[in-house]
Design a protein around this ligand. Structure first.
Ligand SMILES: [Zn+2]
Ligand SMILES: [Zn+2]
Length: 248
């Protein structure tokens, strides 16, 4: 297959937000990749597994300057980050982006999947060779930092729990929330070595206070404010504390 062109599927949501996904990647490791177009620059939120070049696909969509942001350092969200220069992430794991060690990216979980992909990203590709390429961070983000796309402005929220460095992005003007793996409509995971349940609960209480128009998570379908609050209440009630498939 012509990997770069065919590896990703894209879906335009409202003319300014595009969802890209990797349909041939095992659903455990298939994250939502979001492209937000602004008048001055675009924002890429997560970059997938990196099994196939992502930058050429985005250039074909739109040639504006691009901020490439990682909602957190797990392999399924940072695999293609090295392809971009303006790389941003929360500071909690910033040093690890320079080397992308398995114990932080959890890339070994992908290598260990029974069927990591249903199509090969390149001839002769094997899962054993999978590593996340180093992608040193150009600018670290802290809670409250603003991302200026020209006509759109998003605020970074530090939302630890799933991972130490999880960030969400909220656009006050429109109520759009990009929540990474902190919150999505699926089994949430708080059992990784860097997960912290008490921090996760505090994150959920914070997200409950947000009034959103739509939430775009790191996995699964998008959700409205009512569904967001159901997901949060289920987690806080202890019914979503031991997730497995659906998100890494
Ligand atoms: Zn994750
Ligand atoms: Zn994930």
């Amino acid at each position: 297959m012509d990997a770069a062109a065919c590896w990703y599927e894209s879906q335009e949501l409202d003319g300014a937000i595009c969802l890209l996904r990797e349909p041939y990647v095992n659903s455990f490791a298939r994250c939502n990749i979001w492209l937000v177009r602004g008048s001055d620059r675009n924002l890429l939120i997560d970059s997938g597994t990196g099994l196939s070049p992502l930058a050429p696909v985005l250039t074909a969509i739109d040639g504006r300057p691009l901020i490439a942001l990682a909602t957190h350092i797990h392999f399924d969200h940072v695999g293609a980050l090295h392809e971009f220069s303006d790389r941003r992430a929360h500071g909690a794991e910033a040093a690890a982006f320079a080397t992308m060690p398995d114990e932080v990216t959890l890339a070994h979980l992908f290598r260990e999947l029974e069927q990591p992909v249903t199509e090969l990203p390149a001839d002769g590709w094997t899962a054993e060779e999978y590593r996340v390429r180093p992608a040193p961070i150009a600018m670290t983000l802290a809670d409250g930092d603003r991302l200026d796309l020209g006509n759109r402005h998003l605020i970074a929220l530090h939302v630890p729990g799933h991972s130490k460095d999880s960030i969400a992005l909220f656009e006050e003007q429109t109520g759009v929330l990009f929540s990474g793996d902190a919150l999505y409509d699926g089994e949430l995971i708080d059992s990784f070595p860097s997960s912290d349940v008490s921090e996760y609960r505090a994150t959920m209480e914070r997200l409950r206070e947000l009034d959103i128009s739509i939430g775009h998570g790191g996995h699964g379908p998008s959700f409205n404010n009512a569904r967001k609050n159901v997901l949060i209440e289920e987690y806080l009630a202890g019914r979503r504390e031991q997730g497995c498939p659906g998100g890494g």
